[in-house]
Design a protein around this ligand. Structure first.
Ligand SMILES: NC(=O)c1ccc[n+]([C@@H]2O[C@H](COP(=O)([O-])OP(=O)(O)OC[C@H]3O[C@@H](n4cnc5c(N)ncnc54)[C@H](OP(=O)(O)O)[C@@H]3O)[C@@H](O)[C@H]2O)c1
Length: 338
């Protein structure tokens, strides 16, 4: 069993912790808790051991009646791999603690590529991460872009990629950043950081991205244009997407007309937390004109990186091929491939 800890039990950390609990080859040794909150009472009810982030947190949880197993330092002594789900930019401080404890570490997309030197999307570069001591699972947007662009590049070849990202303003439980009543250019300059981030996984794809935030909390919607390296039809592009893992194609005529329909689909499927782990491409949006392929891509920001973190754990610890790991992960999470 791979012994796993999660440091930072927020939007991403909670999902990774539950996904770890579903793996036959992993044990969730514990998660850290910074400030008392109902999510930790629920974690305790689920049987997830809680470790305070530091001594100040330990005092706060003890005086609120929680039973803690120790602190982050104790957790680090009991695990093989830590998944860091801390807020953006805590990476450098946390990395030093993980290195001191000698545990392998997985960071998230809010950290810079340079923190670990390896940016990860399972279906694109699992092998690159094999046996390393640390890596970064890229952001939700970059994961969606890499899965789709990588799929088309693998079958047809992509000479150039362009994408316009309509980003959700914030996560559903985050009242500090929303609601907004505007479309916010994010940033006002072009390109946005997403293009270079894609190149940290797919270095040979020339890509320019631009992004803005819209008043919604569920899902990003990308408009993608790919210049193809060789002549191809709409069917060729659809086939390339269909053959790739973790991409689900949906159609407007079946009722999928908005991001809200995707979230409704996840609810109807009985997904944990209504999570959509797949990159969603509207099949009817796929169009080829003058050697360029156009498509709409939906990304459920809260969930898409959960399976990537599970494969990242196996890549760091070794013993599985990409196909074996992704199959185990997908089966455990009920990921749909169609
Ligand atoms: N949200 C998304 O859509 C999304 C998608 C993909 C990737 N990411 C990336 O994933 C990472 C985590 O984002 P998130 O949205 O999950 O954050 P989040 O919801 O704000 O959760 C952060 C968690 O970290 C805890 N924490 C606070 N300070 C900490 C520290 N110094 N060390 C460890 N944990 C600490 C917080 O504890 P308390 O709650 O107890 O205060 C909270 O549980 C970021 O790099 C982000 O860019 C986010």
């Amino acid at each position: 069993m791979i012994r796993v800890g999660v440091n930072g039990y927020g939007t991403v950390g909670r999902r990774v912790a539950d996904a770890v609990r579903k793996q036959k080859d992993m044990e969730l040794v514990g998660v850290t808790a910074a400030n008392p909150h109902y999510k930790y009472s629920i974690a305790h009810q689920k049987g997830i051991p809680l470790y305070a982030l530091n001594l100040k947190s330990l005092e706060a949880f003890n005086s609120s009646g929680y039973t803690m197993k120790g602190t982050l330092n104790d957790l680090l002594q009991r695990i093989d791999v830590i998944v860091d789900g801390a807020p953006d930019d805590n990476g450098p401080t946390n990395k030093a603690a993980y290195q001191l404890a000698g545990v392998k570490a997985i960071f998230q997309g809010g950290e810079d590529h340079e923190l670990t030197g390896t940016s990860f999307v399972a279906q694109c570069n699992f092998e690159e991460a094999l046996g390393k001591t640390m890596l970064r699972v890229v952001s939700c947007n970059t994961t969606g872009l890499c899965r789709t662009i990588g799929a088309v590049d693998g079958m047809i070849g992509v000479a150039r990629a362009r994408a316009v990202l309509a980003r959700r303003a914030t996560d559903p439980d985050d009242v500090k950043k929303g609601p907004i009543d505007a479309v916010v250019l994010d940033p006002t300059t072009i390109p946005s950081h997403h293009g270079p981030d894609v190149q940290s996984v797919l270095p040979n794809i020339p890509i320019v991205t631009m992004a803005y935030k819209v008043p919604t909390t569920h899902m990003h919607l990308h408009s993608i244009i790919l210049s193809l390296k060789k002549p191809a039809t709409k069917d060729d592009v659809v086939k390339a997407l269909e053959r790739a893992p973790r991409i689900t194609l949906v159609d407007g005529k079946s009722g999928f007309k908005s991001t809200a329909n995707i979230m409704d689909w996840a609810r109807e499927m009985g997904r944990d937390r209504n999570d959509v782990y797949e990159a969603i491409v509207w099949r009817d949006s796929v169009t080829v004109v003058d050697g360029e392929a156009f498509m709409f891509l939906g990304v459920h920001q809260e969930a898409i990186v959960a399976p990537e973190n599970i494969d990242a754990i196996r890549a760091l610890t070794g013993g599985y091929t990409r196909e074996e790991s992704m199959k185990m992960t997908d089966e455990s999470l009920g990921i749909v491939h169609r």
